[in-house]
Design a protein around this ligand. Structure first.
Ligand code: C5P
Length: 284
């Protein structure tokens, strides 16, 4: 049986502003997503005549390999109602992207499974229904179906492609701490739940074209994350000394620097780079 290997790329949020809280409890966002080369790998084996079901394994024993894993849920959503025709799906997840990091590892794995199954079962779902399926799995899963550079609005699932950022060297740094996304949003103060005067996301297309986008880096969640997790504050203080543009990604705890930077003690670093929509969308 052939194995399909697919890459699940991590993302950074180059910009993240909170515009308010919605009646469903989610926050309205204006965020700029950027794919990076750091990635997980997923091997998918489809046994058409095997006993129907989804089986999963992972090289990281701390990651669940059942229905509590978003990648497993993505496979279940894709085959829902057609399980007997889907046969046996075996997925092996090789993790490189840390979790609790704000790098979208679990969401990217889920989107990669949807893309892989779209190749295995062409025509089962059209692009619009895949996007809807992705949005039910998580707010940033739809971004990972397309990748590259994109503006995310509402929960982050309403996407507009932005011009590709030219390949840029990035150091991703992970402090010895993990942050659960709901806790970080819940730690926003009332005044942090609204945009700064003159917030700048609308300028991104022009700033990317003119090459001055790095001056727009901003993350509204950095202050609540720092209050919850002093290790994030310590890492951001260290990065301030480096003299390069830096930011926390998503809801943390990972931070990034545009350029090369050595990590302080206890912090893990990956030297990687930004990638475009085309590379993010393709299979390994
Ligand atoms: O959509 P996702 O499952 O990734 O969201 C995880 C949690 O993060 C939500 O349950 C919510 O607490 C918080 N969140 C939010 N506003 C968003 C995205 C996530 O409040 N736009």
């Amino acid at each position: 049986m052939p194995t399909l290997t697919i890459r699940a790329y991590a993302k950074l949020n180059l910009y993240l502003e909170v515009l308010g809280r919605r009646s469903d409890g989610f926050h309205r966002l204006e965020t700029v997503f950027q794919s990076i080369a750091l990635h997980d790998d997923i091997d998918l084996v489809h046994d058409r005549s095997g006993p129907p079901g989804i089986v999963m394994s992972c090289d990281d024993a701390t990651i669940p390999v059942d229905a509590s894993n978003l990648a497993w849920r993505a496979a279940a959503a894709f085959i829902a109602g057609r399980e007997p025709s889907a046969g046996r799906l075996s997925m092996t997840l090789r993790k490189n992207i840390p979790h609790g990091a704000g790098l979208g590892g679990g969401s990217s794995d889920a989107a990669a499974v949807l893309r892989a199954l779209d190749q295995v079962f062409p025509g089962w779902h059209d692009a619009a229904s895949l996007q809807r399926m992705a949005a039910t799995l998580g707010s940033d899963v739809p971004f990972f179906l397309v990748g590259g550079t994109a503006l995310g609005e509402e929960r982050g699932e309403v996407l507009t492609a932005l011009p590709d950022i030219p390949p840029t060297a990035v150091t991703v740094l992970m402090p010895p701490a993990r942050l659960p996304t709901p806790a970080v949003f819940a730690a926003l103060t009332d005044s942090e739940r609204g945009p700064r005067p003159g917030h700048a996301a609308g300028w991104w297309p022009q700033q990317i074209i003119s090459g001055t986008w790095s001056s727009l880096l901003f993350n509204r969640l950095a202050d609540p994350a720092t209050r919850l997790c002093p290790a994030v504050g310590a890492l951001l203080s260290h990065l301030r000394q480096c003299g390069l543009p830096y930011l926390m990604s998503g809801s943390g705890a990972a931070c990034f620097v545009l350029g090369h930077c050595d990590p302080p003690p206890g912090v893990t670093a990956w030297h990687t780079s930004t990638i475009t929509r085309t590379r993010a969308s393709m299979s390994a």
